[in-house]
Design a protein around this ligand. Structure first.
Ligand SMILES: [Zn+2]
Length: 418
């Protein structure tokens, strides 16, 4: 059996070899050597670290990067993004997602949660790129329960498109938000999630306006509304959660739902608040980190995101000890939220998902590796990215990258975005 062998790299400060077979790590240690027939990956000058898990994005929105920037959230969505999205074809989504995957591979992401149209094209792109992902098309009824029948059809069609995807890709249900999906449809999605044991991902409490409107229309806050629909549970991922109060945090913790914070997108779209990590942590909520889409961030670099997470928390709490580099990095690697399905630290028997980062780069040459990755580095320190034992980037090179960039550019031009 031929496998993958990493030579000359450092793990936790000591020189090791690593071997993987069949997508799993079979050995790591100072005496581990390549076996005959192994594919070799030269790790000289690098450290082996866990890959990042992007807990919330809209991958194909790379097509909208740099389009209609610097506008208020609702104007940006309603006048620019939604009309352009209405023209999207499967090939647009495919190449936009390939572009997103190339950027994620380049900056050290090994798995992501995606909410976007044309899930079949999305899954095909992720499969070709080699990453792991949980995918779901956005479900909306415009807040009108009369739209439930159509929403059920859309959900079934989305799941049908994802059937037969690679084992690296999972399906999910993705109600867009409480202000675009009626309570009746949210309740149906909760039943469907329980029946099919599918995770649910939804935007929640992104703006203060969303909270005010929810209280005005329903008499309860957003997390309480979701709970009333039966949609708050251990399979539920809540993106944003900038405006939670203490009672909502307690409820989310009690139900075991996961919160994914997206600090760069929140700052760029000026939502006016910062997710309260210390309060969520002390309530016992599982926490992940995401970039949101390239239309609103505009980067998918999780090492840029993790710095913003750490700095925003320190600033918000006026306390430099509000979060440590070690905790921020664990959140970015997805290991503080089991729902995200992170591979975690590379260990024998674990999935062969890991990065080689350049210890001879200026950013990581000195001092603590964790602090360097969070505060000093960007994704440019990533030398190689491995998922399921397959080398997706080797020494900074991704196969087919030039074509991916060119094709995505062509699709964006065809949509009138350039
Ligand atoms: Zn989003």
């Amino acid at each position: 059996v031929s496998g993958l062998a990493v030579t000359g790299a450092v793990l936790d400060g000591r020189a090791v070899g690593l071997r993987a077979e069949g997508g799993e790590i079979v050995a790591i240690g100072p005496d581990v050597r390549p076996e005959p027939g192994d594919e070799l990956l030269d790790g000289e000058g690098t450290a082996i670290v866990a890959g990042m898990v992007n807990g919330h994005t809209h991958a194909a929105m790379t097509l909208f990067r740099g389009y209609a920037d610097d506008l208020p959230l609702m104007e940006w969505l309603e006048r620019h993004i939604w009309p352009a999205e209405a023209r999207l074809e499967a090939e647009d989504v495919y190449w936009g997602t390939r572009l997103a995957c190339a950027e994620m591979i380049r900056s050290g992401t090994v798995a992501f949660w995606d909410m976007y149209w044309q899930p079949g094209a999305t899954a095909r792109a992720i499969n070709d790129a080699g990453l792991r992902a949980t995918v779901g098309p956005p479900l909306l009824d415009g807040g009108d329960p009369a739209g439930l029948a159509k929403l059920r059809e859309d959900a079934a069609a989305g799941l049908a498109e994802l059937e037969g995807s690679s084992e690296r890709i999972s399906a999910s249900l993705a109600p867009h938000a409480i202000y675009t999906v009626s309570s009746e449809s949210l309740a149906w999605i909760a039943e469907e999630s329980a029946r099919l044991e599918l995770p649910v991902q939804i935007h929640l409490s992104e703006t203060e306006h969303e909270v005010d409107e929810c209280v005005r229309a329903h008499g309860v806050r957003p997390a309480e509304l979701l709970d009333r629909a039966g949609l708050l549970g251990p399979r539920t991922l809540l993106a944003h959660c900038v405006w939670l109060d203490d009672a909502e945090r307690e409820l989310i913790a009690e139900r075991g739902a996961t919160v994914v914070t997206n600090p760069n997108a929140n700052l760029k779209l000026a939502v006016g608040g910062i997710f309260d990590l210390p309060a969520a942590r002390s309530a016992g909520i599982p926490i992940g980190l995401g970039t949101d889409g390239a239309g609103s961030n505009n980067s998918l670099d999780m090492l840029a995101e993790v710095k913003q997470l750490a700095l925003g928390q320190k600033h918000r709490a006026t306390d430099a000890a509000a979060v440590t580099a070690a905790e921020a990095l664990q959140i970015a690697a997805g290991v503080r939220a089991p729902l995200l399905g992170a591979s975690g630290a590379p260990v024998p028997g674990g999935r062969a998902d890991f990065l080689l980062v350049r210890l001879d780069s200026p950013e990581l040459g000195l001092g603590s590796l964790e602090a360097g990755l969070v505060y000093a580095a960007s994704g440019s320190v990533v030398d190689s990215t491995v998922v399921a034992g397959r080398v997706l980037m080797r020494g900074g090179a991704i196969e087919g990258e030039a074509e991916i960039v060119a094709r995505a550019r062509e699709r964006a031009a065809g949509l009138g975005l350039l």
